[in-house]
Design a protein around this ligand. Structure first.
Ligand SMILES: [Zn+2]
Ligand SMILES: [Zn+2]
Length: 387
């Protein structure tokens, strides 16, 4: 019988002792196993996972390891469950938790910082100085679900209450998995970037963060919002999400086009989501003097950067890790107000048991897949189109 010290449960949401969980074996190898259902501790709840989206970072972790770090090392063959973009229902409360109730639908942020380091105290808990120190004798209480602790490709997971974001009944499970992606864009533009209404934004790369970056920038009042990319179908979705202009970089020079579209001076912000080899050098030429470049993609190789151009033009360059300063709550507010329709980037849903198929769709962009979601219940054992 499922229980733990001081843990509250409800007969309305019976909890089994064990659950289905995918675990990472060797690189690229996922195995469906049984694990004990975890028990929430102080300031934690147990979440029944109702939907989990596959992220490009999951594919990196499954095939290569980083940025996951389990017990201070590579995540392979450690009984580790990846997956981090999930949502669900609160089904058990840890000791003393009164901030949420059993039966409440929530989506989750990935990172629970240690709460005691300099960055956590500033609200930058995704840059926690005790990142990954959550095991053995040096347990600092840090969690990044699906990165340093077990994640969401399973049926239940514990989450710190600081990582929960309440969602309205009208928001579908699939849409709720996208809140953290929109929250990442929000964090880059406002908390880290300082964007105010009327400033101009270019987003390079129409992946999930880029597309929701366009949507968030537009909802924040940015003008104009320009999206660059190589695939016309993705650029079209970008226009539906609020891009005033799109540039297919196969057909025209992106830097020239951006400058032309914005009076020759370049824009106030570039959010770099492409990871393309020359992306940084192009981004610093798309911004005006004093402009800001937010780096949100992981390039695969090191690239030379024109530092002199950055210095001469007083350009700000900053990386972004995840979704700090509770930006996800503000992204959720936009989504529940229907300021943009994030579901435009959700393309496929599969049952949890079919995770390998879902991953293949996400990785190979089968059938123009963008965001692929898996669900433990309520999905027939074959592919279900999103709309
Ligand atoms: Zn992600
Ligand atoms: Zn910390």
């Amino acid at each position: 019988m499922y229980s733990g010290p001081g843990v509250k449960t409800s007969p309305d949401f019976p909890i089994p002792d064990t659950m289905k969980a995918w675990v990472l074996g060797n690189p690229g190898e996922l195995k469906l196993t049984e694990k004990p259902v975890p028990v929430p501790k102080r300031a934690e709840v147990l979440v029944r996972i109702d939907a989990v989206a596959i992220c490009a970072t999951d594919l990196e972790i499954i095939d290569h390891g980083p940025p996951a770090s389990i017990q201070g090392g590579m995540p392979f063959n450690k009984n580790f469950t990846p997956g981090h973009e999930y949502m669900g229902t609160v089904v058990a409360l840890g000791p003393g938790v009164d901030e949420y109730r059993i039966g409440q639908r929530i989506t989750v942020e990935i990172h629970a910082g240690c709460g005691q380091c300099k960055r956590c105290r500033e609200g930058m808990y995704t840059s926690c100085h005790n990142y990954g120190l959550n095991y053995g004798d040096v347990d600092k209480g840090h969690r990044a679900n699906g990165f340093t602790t077990d994640g969401g490709f399973c049926e239940y997971q514990v989450n710190n209450i600081n990582t929960l974001v309440a969602i309205p009944d009208a928001m579908s499970d699939e849409e709720a998995t996208l809140v953290v992606t929109a929250g990442t864009a929000m964090y880059g533009l406002t908390e880290l970037g300082g964007l105010v209404a009327g400033e101009s934004v270019v987003v390079t790369g129409p992946g999930p963060i880029g597309l929701l970056g366009v949507a968030v920038a537009k909802a924040l009042g940015a003008q104009p919002v320009i999206l660059t990319g190589t695939r016309d179908n993705r650029l079209k979705i970008g226009r539906e999400l609020g891009a005033d202009y799109t540039i297919n970089v196969r057909n025209e020079d992106a830097v020239e086009a951006v400058r032309r579209l914005n009076g020759g001076k370049g824009v106030d912000y570039v959010v770099e989501c492409s990871g393309a080899p020359n992306a940084v050098n192009e981004a610093v030429r798309m911004v005006n003097r004093g402009g800001k470049v937010c780096l949100a993609a992981f390039p695969h190789q090191e690239t030379p950067v024109d530092v002199a151009h950055i210095v001469r033009n007083n350009i700000y360059l900053y990386g972004i890790r995840g979704e700090g300063k509770s930006a996800t709550h503000r992204a959720e507010a936009f989504m529940s107000q229907k300021r943009f329709d994030a579901t435009k980037i959700h393309t496929h849903t599969f049952p949890l048991d079919d995770l390998p198929t879902a991953i293949r769709y996400a990785k190979d962009r089968v059938d123009d897949a963008i965001k692929v979601v898996v669900k433990a219940r309520g999905v027939a054992a074959h592919r279900v189109a999103a709309e």
